[in-house]
Design a protein around this ligand. Sequence first.
Ligand code: NAD
Length: 497
Amino acid sequence: MAIAEDLEIAAFLKGQPKKLFIGGRWVEAASGKTFETLNPATGEVLAKVAEGGADDIDRAVAAARASFDRGTWRDLPPSERAKVLWQVGDMIEERATEFAQLETLDNGMPINDALLFHAPLAAATFRYYAGWVTKLDGATQQISLPGNYLSYTLREPIGVVGQIIPWNFPLLMAAWKIAPALACGNSVVLKPSEETPLSALLLAELLQEAELPAGVLNVVPGRGETAGARLAAHPDVDKIAFTGSTEVGKLIAKASAESNLKRVSLELGGKSPNIVFADADLTKAVSGVFFGIFFNQGQVCSAGSRLFVQEKVYDQALDQLVQTVKEARIGPGIDPVTQMGPLVSKTQMERVLGYIRTGSQEGARLLAGGHRPGGLDSGYFVEPTVFADVDGKMRIAREEIFGPVVAAIPFSDEDDLVAKANSTIYGLVAGVWTENVSRAHRVAHALKAGTVYVNCYHIVDAVTPWGGYKQSGWGRELGPYALDLYTELKNVIVDIS
Ligand code: NAD
């Protein structure tokens, strides 16, 4: 395990194997098993982590239940709970370099992305929801029936919340899940991805330091089919919040239906259109197209993986994109000059290379990339890849690749574009590049997507709703919208005649 001594995160990584966080204590897995998490830039073992299984999930759910029933968190004065969450935001900011190094080593992402985007946004999410703790108000209703009634609503925590997150943005996904759930007074069991469990464990350390009462947050790294499946099916979990693939999202919904009809929210996959009209500022649009697909090596649910370009500027836009791709700096994420790091794992790299082969076999024209870059053989790198002349029926235009591969499709006019862009099972985001303000709004209204970016891409803030149409999910995270995901609405009606 080669961990550079001068990294700020070295001390955390030395304390191994990392344990599960259950009931306010750091514990071994009941089975005694551990698993290895790798540095995808080198293929070396980064850390050993206790492997939570069904028994550990049961322990964690029992701890969460006990803390919830005792009211150790939900019954604290709201301003006290707000203080804890605000403090965690501050602590993430203070330790941003450690978090950034950990994300880069575990996931592969460029260190500057981790430092400038992931850590600050995670801190901002805790602060944003700290603000909501004192504002979870109800409303009063005017009743028209004969008599005299006082009717009002209360927002109450749901209870024990299970949360399952993916590997692409480990810290950020943990923050998006934990902060609103705790703000609403719930107790939580979080299962991070087996590929990237480390930043959630460091976050649990911070919440422990901030004196969150024991049992209110439990973090159990483990595999999806064991720990994840148990959490989704657990009869004493009141709500499950899942971010991951559409395929597993369906299993989560099924497990909920077959156990206790626990509340379910789902943030799933995407195949988002990024659309360049002939009247766009082409230089800006091409740089937005590059960022839209290649940020985080394309491992983004909202990646602009289907590139629609109006015929008039199709060749020009693709020429410029290929030029930008050729200049991309690929390397280990820990090197500050790196623009694109490795994919998260060997499996993911092979999956993406498989899709690239499929694209060529289906007859798409490979304009750039398509291979593992030379000189980086020990890591899981894939070149940024551009396919042109893609047909909407091809698999590379329909299926989520979750890697640095963009499929370019020409279109003639707005009607042609809207039909093609909406022709997908997904509906997470869309990007529109045009200088015509009427067209921008018209197309934004016609696209079936949870977010439409106009002349920008991947802009996400703690205040903006996040979620998808169609098979991209159920519900909206972030902003005040997440409060609906983590509260039950109670109506109290009193006869006051
Ligand atoms: P995944 O669905 O394979 O795994 C996600 C999580 O689910 C992991 O923690 C995994 O251990 C767990 N899991 C796997 N099988 C399970 C099962 N049978 N029961 C319960 N849990 C199980 O997804 P991934 O490969 O980690 O992440 C990539 C996917 O996540 C992509 O499809 C991407 O679009 C999606 N994603 C969506 C959003 C969003 O906000 N919509 C954000 C990030 C990622």
